[in-house]
Design a protein around this ligand. Structure first.
Ligand code: HEM
Length: 473
């Protein structure tokens, strides 16, 4: 045991464990009520998933120890990460803690700095507007599918630039929803089933291979465009004429965030580039897509919130198109999104593995045990967020946000494995929500009230909406 105090408190076990399966039935049937109920039993609660115990941390201060101060004793790992690694390889989200993770994180960080993202803002706004304006009027639409598609389009244009060939974009768009479904299946089933030569496993493997080929083609396309060129063709730097400078500027505008990855030193191998793009694609789409779907749902049933958003957009943009510089002034848009992220996760269960016996809140977490933390659980703590089931964007208004609320908003994680795409996510979320609200004066839910279904993210079980260009009544 380390400099930490000696464990003295017995760790409570959550009620309702069944022989052989433990609490797996609760996690499968009603995961969100189950995980939030654990707070009642203590700050660290033992559950069983099949035969293995897992320790769920319900106190945000202890979650910070797991993620930040004692992160060396709680490394990324567990069954879900092992299953994802089969598909993601050693991308940033699945690579083990240690030198390789630190190195790749350092190399990738520049892609996500504020100025690089701002450079892509214009292209993202154009891409999102084209998609959203093309929705046919008054026809019920699957909002999650639409939002995932829009998030993917925004991400592709940000990542690969504005000149990604259309056939590649179309194939990415067709493939990604299938890949996401297949990946979820692979993580839920035991490894001995996903390793069998079953048709579903083969199909998933073939799609994953196709995705790697598409990424290769996108990389080749980008590398050709991004290759440094010189006026005399020698590769030596030369005095640049204004036209060459203008061409280079234009190239920068067309290039994407990926250009920053291609110039990393030391360079990424081809396999690493594929692993990183797969990781980014899967990390970027459903997280933001489901957040946007929930935000639209909540706006559609809260007329006062909708009015505030529309007034803000009119004040900031008037009749002209949205610009990236507007985003900082869209404070209500940002609050609505933050509240959607608080209320609906989107991550609800994240795991670590204890590398040694560790004391946590007076409890012993034994070496090798899975440790679970849940942004959803912390963001539904009624002591920090009164009436957590109520959608109230004004919780995030200045003066109304106690320090505890900021500490319990853990949607993007914390510490060395914190979400690398957080800044990008805020930019994309604001662009998409602002564009939908500006394009469509009226949107109406046409399906029954959705239930939250926790799979990888917290998704609405069913959500269809119509969009119309005139206000009703
Ligand atoms: C609402 C949107 C998003 C949410 C709520 C979210 C949430 C998270 C969380 C909770 C983690 C940490 C997992 C852990 O501690 O094990 C994470 C990691 C990560 N996220 Fe996000 N994410 C979002 C959007 C994005 C976007 C847009 C990208 C890419 C552009 C992205 C890429 C990643 C990557 C690569 C990691 C792994 C970082 C590492 O381990 O060093 N995410 N995300």
């Amino acid at each position: 045991m380390s400099a930490t105090t000696t464990p003295s408190v017995p760790t409570p076990t959550a009620p309702g464990s069944l022989p052989l399966i433990g609490h797996a039935h609760r996690l499968a049937r009603d995961p969100l009520p189950f995980i939030t109920s654990l707070r009642r039993h203590g700050s660290v609660v033992r559950i069983r998933i099949g035969p293995s115990p897992a320790y769920v941390v319900t106190d945000p201060a202890l979650t910070r120890r797991v993620l930040v101060t004692d992160a060396a004793h709680f490394v990324k790992g567990g069954r879900i990460i092992d299953a994802l690694r089969v598909f993601f390889g050693d991308g940033l989200a699945t690579v083990a803690d240690g030198d390789a993770h630190l190195r790749n994180r350092r190399l990738m960080q520049p892609m996500f700095n504020t100025s690089h993202i701002a450079d892509r803002g214009h292209a993202m706004i154009g891409q999102v507007r084209t998609l959203v304006e093309a929705w046919p009027e008054d026809v019920p639409r699957d909002v999650c599918a639409d939002m995932n598609r829009t998030a993917l389009a925004a991400f592709l244009v940000a990542l690969f630039g504005t000149d990604l060939p259309g056939h590649l974009e179309n194939e990415f768009t067709a493939l990604m929803p299938e890949i996401m479904k297949g990946t979820i299946r692979q993580t839920l089933l035991p490894a001995w089933i996903t390793g069998l030569p079953l048709p579903a496993n083969r199909t998933h493997a073939a799609r994953a291979a196709r995705l790697r080929t598409l990424i290769d083609q996108a990389v080749d396309h980008r590398s050709d465009r991004g290759r440094p060129s010189t006026a005399d063709g020698t590769g030596e730097p030369s005095a640049e004429c204004p036209r060459a400078a203008a061409r280079r500027e234009e190239g920068t505008e067309r290039a994407g965030l990926f250009a920053a990855l291609l110039t990393a030193e030391p360079p990424f191998t081809r396999q690493q580039l594929q692993d990183e793009v797969i990781t980014l694609l899967t990390g970027a789409i459903e997280t933001t897509g489901t957040t946007l779907a929930w935000a639209l749902y909540e706006i559609s049933r809260n007329p006062a919130i909708e009015r505030l958003l529309r007034d803000e957009l009119t004040t900031v943009c008037g009749d002209r198109p949205l610009r990236h510089e507007d985003l900082d002034r869209l404070v209500h848009v940002r609050r609505v999104l933050q509240e959607a992220i608080r209320k609906y996760g989107p991550a609800w269960m994240v795991t670590r593995t204890a590398t040694r016996d560790v004391e946590l809140g007076g409890h012993l977490v034994p070496e090798g045990a899975d440790v679970v933390w849940s942004p959803y659980l912390h963001q539904h703590d009624p002591r920090v967020f009164p009436e957590p089931g109520v959608f109230d964007p004004d919780r995030w208004a200045p003066g109304r946000t106690p320090a505890a609320a900021r500490g319990s908003f853990l949607a993007f994680g914390d510490g060395r494995r914190k979400c690398i795409g957080e800044n990008f996510a805020w930019t994309e979320l604001q662009i998409v929500l602002a564009t939908v609200v500006r394009t469509w004066p009226r949107f109406t839910v046409t399906s029954p009230a959705p239930s939250a279904r926790a799979v990888v993210t917290v998704k609405p079980d069913r959500l269809t909406m119509t969009f119309a260009s005139v206000m009703s009544g």
